[in-house]
Design a binder for this molecule. Structure first.
Ligand SMILES: *[C@@H]1O[C@H](CO)[C@@H](O)[C@H](O)[C@H]1NC(C)=O
Ligand SMILES: *[C@@H]1O[C@H](CO)[C@@H](O)[C@H](O)[C@H]1NC(C)=O
Ligand SMILES: *[C@@H]1O[C@H](CO)[C@@H](O)[C@H](O)[C@H]1NC(C)=O
Ligand SMILES: *[C@@H]1O[C@H](CO)[C@@H](O)[C@H](O)[C@H]1NC(C)=O
Ligand SMILES: *[C@@H]1O[C@H](CO)[C@@H](O)[C@H](O)[C@H]1NC(C)=O
Ligand SMILES: *[C@@H]1O[C@H](CO)[C@@H](O)[C@H](O)[C@H]1NC(C)=O
Ligand SMILES: *[C@@H]1O[C@H](CO)[C@@H](O)[C@H](O)[C@H]1NC(C)=O
Ligand SMILES: *[C@@H]1O[C@H](CO)[C@@H](O)[C@H](O)[C@H]1NC(C)=O
Ligand SMILES: *[C@@H]1O[C@H](CO)[C@@H](O)[C@H](O)[C@H]1NC(C)=O
Length: 259
């Protein structure tokens, strides 16, 4: 009996008000190029240096090159173009800005310089990705790797391969490569662009997918129908749909089936 009573409060816990039709005056949805920027992402501008509604690190810079507006996010100090944000799947499609000319250019031989550093952000690689491993400026390469002839002029022998558990065991020491970069691409895209030797640039431009999840300290706020944000002096804030802000949650918009 006492056990039942202890459990009861948990059944009363939120049937959350999804409130997707409310306005959240502090959390505007913005367009930038092809991307629609909405919570938990937010558009960086002069106002958001004081406060923003969204997750830390999820700020998107919108810049124009005269012909089009481009959405860019910075992860681990590196810049990525935001190609698509899918709120239903909590996924985002990004492309490394080093290799992805937004305006298609003559560069068919892009050089990746870094892997993807997700730091401690609430982001993870989607299962749709496979990893491409690039080795640059080598004296040779194992037979499973594909040579990249267009790199030869600048960097000697370079190659690429799709990583899997068996290729990971390779000892590359004998090939004396001077650089190695691992970066994800969408696995399915390789069906359309199977010749890594010439298609690797297109695969990189098409990008990779990350998934996001709710940050821990945001649970209470979101579960009460609020949206998490940050203020430069007070730190964490919870933005409620009626335009008010709170240090904790939005109790006023709490909805429960049991009264
Ligand atoms: C949320 O939006 C969808 C589609 O716009 C709509 O079908 C649904 O009823 C909305 N839910 C609430 C709680 O407003
Ligand atoms: C939002 O949704 C609620 C409940 O689903 C509904 O009562 C309200 O009229 C809606 N408001 C707007 C502006 O659509
Ligand atoms: C917070 O932002 C305001 C407006 O940009 C600025 O004047 C103030 O110095 C900032 N405070 C801190 C602690 O960074
Ligand atoms: C770029 O964004 C600005 C400001 O949001 C807007 O006025 C302009 O029309 C946009 N340009 C293009 C090409 O979409
Ligand atoms: C992130 O992805 C890896 C591999 O797909 C998985 O093992 C791990 O559990 C994921 N982490 C979270 C927090 O989802
Ligand atoms: C790709 O590499 C990253 C970083 O090393 C790793 O977290 C991820 O799980 C790998 N993905 C696959 C599909 O192996
Ligand atoms: C390529 O490797 C050679 C010899 O290992 C080295 O001298 C050269 O600086 C490297 N070139 C680049 C672009 O890293
Ligand atoms: C791993 O990749 C290599 C090179 O692409 C391929 O030959 C091999 O069949 C793959 N092994 C597995 C277990 O997928
Ligand atoms: C891939 O493309 C290169 C360069 O065009 C070509 O030499 C090679 O035969 C192609 N490989 C396959 C498997 O089609």
């Amino acid at each position: 009996m006492s056990h039942l009573l202890l459990l009861l409060p948990f059944f009363l816990i939120p049937l959350v008000a999804e409130s997707n039709n409310s306005s959240y005056p502090n959390c505007p949805t913005r367009e930038c190029g092809d991307a629609t920027i909405s919570y938990p992402f937010w558009k960086m501008d002069s106002d958001t240096t004081t406060q923003f509604c969204g997750y830390q690190g999820f700020g998107i810079k919108c810049s124009g090159n005269g012909r089009q507006n481009i959405s860019e996010i910075t992860l681990g100090g590196d810049s990525y173009y935001v190609q698509w944000i899918n709120h239903e799947c909590s996924s985002i499609l990004l492309a490394d800005s080093d290799v992805s000319s937004v305006v298609p250019g003559p560069n068919n031989c892009p050089r990746v310089h870094h892997g993807i550093n997700l730091q401690t952000l609430p982001l993870n690689f989607s299962i749709l990705n496979v990893n491409l491993s690039f080795h640059f400026n080598c004296t040779g390469f194992p037979s499973f790797a594909t040579e990249i002839p267009c790199m030869e002029r600048s960097e000697g022998k370079s190659c690429v391969h799709v990583m899997n558990s068996s290729t990971e065991e390779t000892d590359w020491d004998e090939y004396s490569c001077t650089d190695e970069v691992v970066t994800p691409v969408i696995g399915e895209h390789i069906n359309g662009f199977p010749n890594l030797s010439t298609d690797f640039g297109e695969l990189l431009r098409r990008g990779f997918e990350l998934e996001w999840w709710r940050v821990d300290d945001c649970d209470k706020c979101e579960e009460s129908g609020g949206r998490c944000g940050h203020h430069n002096t007070t730190g964490f804030v919870c933005f409620c749909s009626d335009g008010t802000t709170s240090k904790g949650d939005c109790k006023g918009t709490f909805v429960s089936t049991v009264n």
